[in-house]
Design a protein around this ligand. Sequence first.
Ligand SMILES: [Zn+2]
Ligand SMILES: [Zn+2]
Length: 283
Amino acid sequence: MRADLHTHTLYSFDGDPTATVNAMCESAIAKGLTHLAITDHCDINGEIEGIYPVLDKDAVFDAVCAAKKTYARRLTVLFGIELGQATQYPTEARALLERYPYDIVLGSLHNLANTPDFYYMSVQDADFPAPQLAEMSDGEIAALFERSLQETSALLDFEGIHVLPHLTYLHRYVRQVGRKLNFTPHLPQIAALFEKMIRQGVALELNTSSLVADGTGLPMPTAELLALYRQCGGKLISVGSDAHVPHRIAQSFDAAAALLTACGFTALSVPTAGGILTLPINS
Ligand SMILES: [Zn+2]
Ligand SMILES: [Zn+2]
């Protein structure tokens, strides 16, 4: 696959200092990609409530515009954003999408309403105290996942989202603390969510940030859920490494291509502001 449609630069609060826009483009070219989306974090609730540093949107816009020109003949650079929790501050989120000409908008859910980021539920951080997943019952973890599906469904009503990244974001942290998330009881709710995505024309993302090159590790979502999406009639499918450092661009993409092929997908098919981007999976 020659497109990585979810990456972060040093403008993201958690981006690596070496992850300049140009360094990300150079790495994408070195790995044979034809398309790269720069999708820095804007967790709208985190910015408004002072939890995270505010993304310098003008700076990243200027850097991506410059990179589009610099690499025009070698790489298609998409100006994107990973917009977190849009439905928690819809007016501000809407204003952001109207202010910048985003090519691609990822609509994320990193934390539930009035609940810390799932990441902080997996680590002890004095600055961000959070209930710990390791100490929760299976039922409490299942309830968190159910709430995440409900809030993700509400997110789909927010107009302007092209891609739903890491649908099973909670799964990564549940797994990291040695616990399990059983999807079986949630499959009807997940299928209903997929049907809504299909109606709204929003793509599902295969996020490879926790996938290992040999195919082990954790695809987000899992093969079981990718196959369910396909069975529901899902065709819009994206892929992203979620790299925060240049060398992680296109991480485990061969394994991801094999997974998508096994689930019945033949092409990446991703809505963008400029129309649907269709690219072969096996290239
Ligand atoms: Zn994310
Ligand atoms: Zn991300």
